[in-house]
Design a binder for this molecule. Structure first.
Ligand SMILES: NC(=O)c1ccc[n+]([C@@H]2O[C@H](COP(=O)([O-])OP(=O)(O)OC[C@H]3O[C@@H](n4cnc5c(N)ncnc54)[C@H](O)[C@@H]3O)[C@@H](O)[C@H]2O)c1
Length: 334
């Protein structure tokens, strides 16, 4: 029997790719996002805002329309709208990705994160409980691990020292999910993503910013003197893992969490060198001190994920960046 999956945040980077992937696997996908982009926050100037609007519309056209996926425009921070959507759709599986993303943006404007990440999350969680959803997967983040340096990060590690308000909202989501399990036995699985990159990526993330700066022969600012390390994960690998987790079914006796990362951190300077090689350009680098909210390292233990889904793809940084750069050339010529 075809199973119906509701994806929130489906006009986003991971959500749009996931919608395509699940549709290809034979699921009936209902994609939801706010779609009214004027409601989106991002205090980064009109040009950026317009580019973001275009990117989201293009993702919808590329991933959703092409795959004939039904989509619904709703604001998840509105409880009544979320309830109505669940009543109408009656999903078997919910993958909740909608959120205000961006660690650095949360330093500038923490209040932008309350609506989607706290109210929105609570609304979706509550609807999952009311509608007896047995498969509720939601986006958490590697940022819940804070500034620790002992690698790899394990799901059993303590996560109570957020370095940003964004991280605090993700920790709060995990705690809310645990409380719903304790009160109502609503099962859930939090997906701790680790710096996802690839084609159709986010405009506020380093891979896109670095590539654009290099293409325009502008200097790239590397905070933490370029020594920060990130466990970059290709978007295709990420959605593969989510698809497998859905296929296997989540643990019904727990509000669980799992890392979705490769245990292969790369120094940001090395990342820039690989990107430069792929772009066949020479980077101009400006080394700067660490910023508030930055963490020195992210490194997933992938032991638990492997126990749950077995082998999963490990796209090399060079191959992943090649795909990203190819897309960028088509989508946004300099
Ligand atoms: N990309 C990463 O590296 C990464 C890392 C860790 C965690 N995450 C988390 O994964 C999820 C997806 O991230 P992404 O990179 O695809 O981000 P994204 O910004 O591309 O996608 C998020 C989507 O959520 C939608 N959204 C926000 N508020 C909404 C609301 N109130 N109602 C309806 N839709 C709303 C946005 O319009 C956007 O399309 C987010 O929860 C993010 O915090 C991402």
């Amino acid at each position: 029997m075809t199973r119906k999956v509701l994806i929130t945040g489906a006009a986003g980077f991971i959500g749009s790719k996931l919608a395509e992937h699940l549709s290809e696997l034979g699921y009936e996908v209902v994609a939801c996002d706010i779609f009214n982009f004027r409601n989106q926050f991002f205090d980064v100037g009109d040009l950026h805002h317009l580019a973001l609007q275009r990117l989201r519309s293009d993702r919808i056209a590329h991933f959703l329309k092409r795959n004939d996926i039904e989509y619904q425009s709703i604001d998840i921070s509105d409880h009544a709208s979320v309830s109505k959507l669940f009543q109408k759709i009656e999903p078997d599986v919910v993958v909740h990705l909608a959120a205000q993303a961006g660690v650095r943006h949360s330093v500038k404007s923490p209040m932008d994160f309350v609506k989607s990440n706290l109210n929105g999350f609570a609304n979706v969680l509550d609807a999952c409980n009311t509608h007896g959803i047995k498969q509720f997967l939601y986006a958490s983040s590697s940022s819940v691990y804070g500034a620790r340096t002992e690698a790899p990060f394990k799901e059993t590690d303590r996560c109570d020292t957020p370095e940003s308000f964004y991280a605090a909202t993700k920790i709060a989501n995990e705690q809310m999910a645990k409380a719903y399990f304790a009160q109502y036995q609503t099962p859930s699985l939090g997906l701790r993503f680790f710096t996802v990159y690839g084609p159709w990526g986010r405009l506020d993330m380093a891979p896109f910013i670095f590539a654009q700066k290099m293409r325009k022969q502008q200097a790239i600012q590397l905070f933490g003197s370029g020594l920060l390390q990130r466990d970059f994960t290709f978007v295709g690998d990420t959605v593969f893992a989510i698809g497998r987790l859905i296929e296997r079914g989540i643990n019904q006796t727990y509000a669980d969490v799992v890392n979705v990362g490769h245990s292969n951190p790369v120094q940001v300077t090395e990342f820039v060198q690989t990107l430069a090689k792929v772009l066949k350009l020479e980077p101009v680098i400006e080394l700067l001190p660490m910023q508030v909210s930055d963490v020195p390292l992210t490194c997933a233990s992938e032991e638990k994920l492997r126990q749950l889904i077995g082998d999963w793809p490990h796209t090399s940084l060079e191959d992943g960046l090649l795909e990203m750069v190819e897309w960028l050339g088509k989508w946004n010529p300099v």
